[in-house]
Design a protein around this ligand. Sequence first.
Ligand code: AP5
Length: 227
Amino acid sequence: MEDKLCHPCEQPKIDKLPGCPLQCRSPKCKAYQRAPIDTSKKPIVWVLGGPGSGKGTQCEKIIAKYGFTHLSTGDLLRAEVKSGSERAKCLTAIMERGELVPNEIVLDLLKEAMLARAEEAKGFLIDGYPREKSQGIAFEQAIAPVTVIIYFEASSETLTKRLLGRAASSGRADDNEDTIKLRLKTFIDNNELVLAQYPEKLRRINAERSVDEIFADVQAILDPIVA
Ligand code: AP5
């Protein structure tokens, strides 16, 4: 498997990454070579936490202060859903069940978005990824090593309350009581395994405080990285 390249990789150049339909995942395959992102100059920050933990809220503040490029896998998937493709119908069903979308789809969307912004980005905020252990491994293989992981910690009760509070105005199909329960279950089933992979890069933040108190902790993590 390792040495057998997919058909497109036999061509001298492939036009669009990632474009390999056979997914050989060989390190020689151009579709699976790492994105050219120098993380010493452009840090990569994974922003993790349960549904409603405040990832999006804190990302807005991080963008305002640090000018990082924000990529939310939830937003990327919702944009794909809006495209109305055959794949979009399947994605809608998965997201309405509160389950995880297959990783090849998420990683393809993420890698494509990062490559498109690699030149001008000062750093990347990857919001809502990885959500399972294999996603983290695949990201670092296909793109680049993560610089730091910010994890927003809050109880299921707090998360549920916030999402139900947001439901009236969000217009999101997954902000309803039944789907929130399923989203929480998916999160709880996977989260500890994800975090356990990165003991040295992981920074936990108590997310049951005010937005500004939380952001003070976020800055204490990011200031030394951008200095
Ligand atoms: P996604 O869109 O990422 O949703 P989520 O993880 O469930 O998180 P949310 O966006 O709902 O919440 P948030 O943490 O950003 O909180 P927010 O700041 O909005 O993913 C949706 C779906 O896409 C998934 O279920 C899955 O199907 C799929 N998907 C996404 N990524 C995937 C992946 N990597 N692999 C596979 N599938 C994937 O805040 C929430 C509310 O709380 C707001 O009203 C806000 O005002 C309020 N709030 C925020 N902070 C505070 C605070 N400190 N105090 C009080 N209220 C607060």
